[in-house]
Design a protein around this ligand. Structure first.
Ligand code: NIG
Ligand code: FE
Length: 422
């Protein structure tokens, strides 16, 4: 390097040498032993070649070189489930829960999601942008190169549009891949109290088609739960998404098992998220449909949940498990994906390689980005992170401190600590 190079200055085409690779995060055909000295060639913003350093093809020899000084390389991290754009915050509910109120009680008393809806509706698009920006920057500083951002705190066309427009603007301004998810069926807005079906009709017949037409929707999500929408209502949302050719995802099994996983699998959902309450039938359906299980340990922790997701059964069935922040002001005010990896290991007993695959490979798949993101492989976007740590397990090990890293996006140093790599 040029390890000290300022962000953005590195030439995009080049050879990154003297780095270490984890087998599970590189394409299966890359013949590099775990931790052995490897090299990676970037051309045109993509990975052109990846392999053992001594096998570097001579044809690439003239490109500029960047010495990674033995740092471990991972793909750019992927945060596949966030509610990053919202007005206000909900610290008072945190206090209420410490006083003994449950999430469900707070929600039924007019707090919860609906209180964020009030604050989001009251905020301008610029104000939402300004509050979401540092949150996204915090995630990116830790290596996140692709992120999902949901709507669902507007619950009316203009306010859902506002959230999704902010998500798109953030992606454009910060040069990060943003996938937007329309979550109009997140909660029943107060003006529709007692008229759930009318609201679902609005979501399916007006909001979703209009926002899709405006190019604001990459996927469609719903909250299938006794404090949110029924299985039948969720299916109407999925059918509307299917008519528009949009993939679906589902918040399912957070508080109870309503059979959401089976429904999601019938619609070839990209993912089922939360799933603390998940039956063997749900697991089998997800496995057959290739639906990713998105684990959200931040929400589990914040709500002091004790009902663990069925990790051993998901593992045995071969269901890919992703891990995400679920960043939101109510159940998971988390802004560290690595902390979620730690919690997935400590609370859910994932292995470190599983947790790292959960914030890269499987998270990319949960967003339909499996062909471009989440894996170090020739042909993929040259989005990767260099970690000057002794062991890759340190990514899931440290608590309350970010390991230093250098983030490379499209082959350029996007940001980093500026510290020399070891
Ligand atoms: O993923 N489960 C529903 N949605 C969010 C919580 C939203 C909120 O409480 O504001 C979640 O946990
Ligand atoms: Fe969520």
């Amino acid at each position: 390097m040029t390890a000290m190079q300022a962000p953005g200055r590195a030439s995009a085409d080049g050879i990154w040498h003297n780095l270490r690779l984890a087998g599970s995060l590189a394409a299966p055909d890359v013949p590099v032993a775990e931790g052995a000295c490897a090299a990676l060639v970037v051309q045109g913003g993509r990975i052109a070649w990846l392999g053992p350093q001594e096998a570097l093809p001579a044809a690439h020899g003239a490109l500029p070189r960047h010495d990674a000084q033995g740092a471990w390389a991972t793909p750019g991290l992927v945060d596949c489930h966030t509610h990053l754009v919202y007005g206000g915050q909900r610290a008072h509910e945190f206090a209420l829960r410490l006083d003994g109120a449950s999430y469900e009680e707070v929600a039924r008393a007019g707090g919860g999601i609906v209180s964020s809806v009030r604050a989001t509706r009251a905020a301008s698009e610029d104000a939402l942008y300004a509050s979401a920006l540092p949150r996204l920057q915090a995630l990116m500083a830790e290596g996140v190169c692709a992120i999902e951002i949901k709507s669902g705190y507007g619950l009316a066309l203009e306010h859902e549009r506002k959230q999704l427009r902010v998500a798109r603007r953030l992606g454009g301004a910060l040069g990060i891949t943003v996938r937007t998810t329309f979550l109009g069926a997140h909660a029943l807005p107060p003006e529709y109290a007692g008229r759930s079906q009318d609201y679902i009709d609005l979501v399916c017949q007006q909001m979703l088609p209009q926002l899709a037409e405006e190019g604001l929707v990459d996927a469609v999500d719903a909250f299938c739960e006794r404090i949110a929408f029924s299985l039948a209502e969720t299916e109407q949302v999925f059918a509307a998404a299917q008519r528009l050719g949009l993939p679906v995802k589902l918040h399912a099994g957070q508080l109870s098992d309503m059979g959401g996983a089976q429904l999601a699998a019938r619609y070839q959902a990209l993912s089922c998220d939360h799933i603390e309450h998940l039956s063997p039938q749900g697991i089998a359906a997800m496995q057959a449909a290739g639906t990713v299980a998105v684990l959200l340990p931040g929400a589990y922790y914040t709500l002091r949940d004790t009902h663990l997701p069925p990790i051993a059964q998901l593992r045995a069935a071969g269901v890919p498990m992703a891990v995400s922040t679920d960043h939101n002001p109510g159940t998971s005010p988390a802004l560290s994906l690595l902390l979620m990896a730690n919690m997935a290991c400590t609370l859910f007993r994932l292995t470190v390689p599983e947790a790292l695959a959960g914030i890269t490979r499987h998270a990319a798949r949960a967003l339909g980005l499996q062909d471009t993101h989440g894996l170090l492989a020739a042909g993929r976007a040259a989005d990767f992170v260099l970690w000057p740590v002794d062991e890759l397990a340190e990514l899931a090990y440290w608590l309350g401190q970010r390991p230093a890293c250098t983030v490379v996006r499209q082959g350029r140093i996007a940001h980093g600590t500026g510290a020399p790599l070891p």
